[in-house]
Write a protein that binds this ligand. Structure first.
Ligand code: SAM
Length: 260
């Protein structure tokens, strides 16, 4: 598939499984232009590496590997990483990017809703980054995915999951000052439409190509509560990698969630 698929009313496309119609090969091929590996590495620094090392974690499952940015970084930093994603084109691109960095990544295609069917063994840590979790439009799928993550973790495992600061977007509108936070400076990422049930992001590339993603704008406290209801004991939330932050300021929240 090369063209993104939406219905006649794209604002009505609010199904969890829809991500497969959005990450078509033409968009996957452009994703690295969007995320700009060097700029992203610089802006997040050692944050994830430090969190995992401080807890003595080694075996990491990247459940939303995308094109492999974190899988490659963490493998290079000495972690034993499995790169998984529900989208086959993403998994293939992650493997290719791993090779480009001299690595043979362990990869798997797995949808979070039935993760443990396709991924075996227990992990010290699961990462789900790049606002990926907000592809889940239905609450029962969010609960199901968290239950699957919980089951794939060892008894003292940690889940690191990030999300856009949708609270700020819903309550105060989108601030363009954060437009380039994790994007290359050539690509404009802006919401096309925002309501309580949908944040439709538009990505405009210098060659004039455009792609969209329909995400579910889940609020921070709602998400923190879901982790607790899934059985996780400790939930710590950072704002743009800082422990203290003004609620409206961060572009992203990063939840570090511990099983025990
Ligand atoms: N983590 C990567 C990054 O930060 O560059 C990719 C982020 S991209 C916004 C979201 C990824 O989540 C896509 O690669 C998509 O295929 C994957 N994804 C979305 N819903 C999924 C699901 N239900 N199961 C597995 N993967 C899913």
């Amino acid at each position: 598939m090369t063209q993104q698929v939406y219905s006649d009313d794209p604002l009505a496309d609010r199904q969890t499984g829809h991500y497969r119609m959005e990450y078509v090969t033409s968009f996957v091929d452009k994703w690295d232009e969007l995320i700009d590996w060097a700029g992203r590495a610089e802006s997040e620094g050692q944050f994830f590496i430090d969190i995992l090392k401080a807890r003595g974690k080694e075996r990491v499952l990247d459940v939303a590997c995308g094109t492999g940015f974190h899988s490659v970084r963490l493998t290079k930093a000495g972690f034993d990483v499995t790169a998984a994603d529900g989208n086959a084109a993403m998994v293939a691109k992650a493997f290719e990017n791993g090779q480009r960095h001299g690595l043979i990544l362990k990869t798997a295609q797995a949808d979070w809703r039935w993760l443990n069917r396709d991924i075996h063994g227990k992990y010290d840590a699961i990462i789900c980054l790049g606002n990926s979790f907000t592809h889940l439009h239905e609450e029962q799928d969010r609960r199901r995915a968290l239950a699957e993550f919980y089951a794939a973790l060892k008894h003292d495992g940690v889940l690191i999951l990030d999300q856009r600061n949708y609270d700020a977007m819903l309550d105060h509108g989108f601030s363009s000052k954060h437009k380039y936070y994790y994007c290359g400076d050539q690509v404009v990422a802006e919401p096309d439409h925002v309501d309580e049930g949908l944040c439709r992001m538009r990505y405009s590339f210098p060659d004039k190509s455009e792609f969209t993603l329909n995400m579910c704008p889940i609020r921070k406290d709602y998400m923190r509560n879901l982790f607790r209801e899934a059985g996780f004991e400790r939930v710590r939330t950072y704002g743009d990698f800082q422990e203290t932050y003004a609620e409206d300021e961060p572009d992203f929240f990063i939840h570090v969630v511990e099983k025990s």
